[in-house]
Design a protein around this ligand. Structure first.
Ligand SMILES: [Zn+2]
Length: 89
């Protein structure tokens, strides 16, 4: 009885993490389509040049950030989850 319970708890955790990661992937995909604000001139002219490289079309600043959206703590945690999700599948 006790052993079966232990396995059940771990299984439940796995399902919860998967669902959370998927929700964060959806959030990032939505963020990718939005305009990003430049850290230098504070205007929403930042465009993704390639994975992790961003350029402001207004002042010409090129900076590195997240692969999908300019760097934020939320994105950092989420991209880690994407890697885990992709690896698991
Ligand atoms: Zn700028």
């Amino acid at each position: 009885m006790a052993r079966t319970k232990k396995v059940g708890i771990t299984g439940r955790f796995g399902a919860r993490y998967g669902r959370k990661a998927k929700r964060q992937v959806k959030k990032i995909e939505e963020n990718m389509k939005k305009k990003h604000v430049c850290p230098k001139c504070d205007r929403p002219y930042v465009k993704r040049v390639s994975a992790g490289i961003w350029e402001c079309k207004k002042c010409g600043t090129v900076f590195t950030g997240g692969a999908y959206v300019p760097e934020t703590p939320m994105v950092k945690a989420a991209s880690r989850n994407i890697k885990r999700l992709v690896g698991g599948n």
